[in-house]
Design a protein around this ligand. Structure first.
Ligand SMILES: Cc1cc2nc3c(=O)[nH]c(=O)nc-3n(C[C@H](O)[C@H](O)[C@H](O)COP(=O)(O)OP(=O)(O)OC[C@H]3O[C@@H](n4cnc5c(N)ncnc54)[C@H](O)[C@@H]3O)c2cc1C
Length: 282
């Protein structure tokens, strides 16, 4: 548990950032505050509430969506618009009471084996917006290379996440393998695919839980490009790329089983993305 000695409620991003800079390492931004039961830090901290800074809207852009970092997972679930897929992921996120308070930003700054959202953000090639002395954008591939909080300096805030919308001829699939709906994941997979003339024009495959940090499976992606979206092509590309993963079995499964699980789920999600890209999704 965290040792909070004070709680501040700034009213703007500028005020929050000034406060965090002034407090230095003592400042601890809090959004939904659901992670704090998992964190162990005995040093005195001042909680800086960032949930009232106006960072909770989902805005439509010409090619996708800009999601404010304090939008809750419940907001992602309730939002419906053309090419929007994060509602499907949000429904897999543990229970409704936690979805109602946990935020998108808080769910991706510190990544755990059970974290759902980094995986679709990698597959969708999302871009994170960080406001600091220098405002910058970091693509998901770089953002999740190590624990994302390393990208933040004192006073920096993750303010928004840009997610492209699915266009015609594109499809998406997300699956989280667990024993019960509230169980932790053993392997989570997201696939984004673009089809052209019944061939895979482009594809992004992201895996989480069964590997130490969520990551793209680039060898599989490469092996699929230009191929017809068939079971045998999917199976051979997945088998050819499996050695790229540092497979890690969690919750009683072996590393070998984690690898096998990933190979089965990736093929399933390639089919799900294909069906949607062809307009056949149910
Ligand atoms: C019982 C339980 C089960 C869970 N199961 C799942 C699950 O299956 N899948 C899943 O994905 N998640 C799950 N979660 C949620 C997950 O573990 C985190 O608790 C949650 O995603 C954090 O979101 P939050 O908004 O509450 O963040 P907070 O707890 O408020 O903050 C989390 C961290 O991010 C920092 N932070 C937050 N927002 C920002 C920002 N905008 N800029 C900079 N730093 C920021 C905070 O300082 C803190 O270090 C579960 C949580 C619980 C309690």
């Amino acid at each position: 548990m965290m040792n909070y000695v004070d709680f501040k409620t700034p009213a703007s991003v500028a005020e929050a950032r000034a406060l965090m800079k002034e407090l230095g390492p003592q400042a601890s931004p809090v959004a939904g505050s659901t992670l704090h039961v998992f964190l162990r830090d005995e040093s005195p901290k001042v909680a800086v509430d960032i949930s009232r800074l106006g960072l909770n809207s989902i805005d439509t852009l010409p090619d996708g969506y800009r999601i404010g970092a304090t939008s809750t997972v419940g907001d992602l679930q309730d939002f419906h618009a053309p090419g929007w897929v994060l509602d499907r992921v949000a429904r897999e996120f543990v229970t409704q009471p936690i979805r109602n308070v946990a935020t998108l930003g808080g769910s991706i700054i510190r990544v755990f084996p059970w974290s759902d959202l980094p995986i679709p953000l990698l597959a969708l090639d999302a871009v994170m917006e960080i406001e600091g002395d220098e405002t910058r954008r970091i693509a998901a591939g770089d953002f999740f290379k190590s624990q994302p909080f390393h990208h933040l300096q004192s006073g920096d805030l993750l303010t928004a996440i840009h997610v492209p919308a699915l266009a015609s001829g594109q499809g998406f699939g997300y699956h989280k393998e667990r024993r019960t709906t509230t169980d932790f994941s053993r392997c989570s997979v997201a696939v984004w695919m673009a089809l052209e003339d019944d061939r895979v024009a482009d594809v992004r495959i992201a895996i989480g839980a069964a590997v130490p940090m969520p990551c793209r499976m680039k060898a599989m992606e490469q092996a699929l490009k230009g191929k017809k979206p068939t079971q045998s092509n999917f199976e051979s590309a997945v088998q050819a790329g499996l050695d790229e993963g540092h497979w890690k079995g969690l919750h009683g499964i072996s590393n070998e089983y984690a690898r096998h699980l990933a190979s089965v789920i990736v093929v399933d999600m390639l089919h799900a993305a294909t069906d949607e890209a062809k307009g056949d999704a149910v």
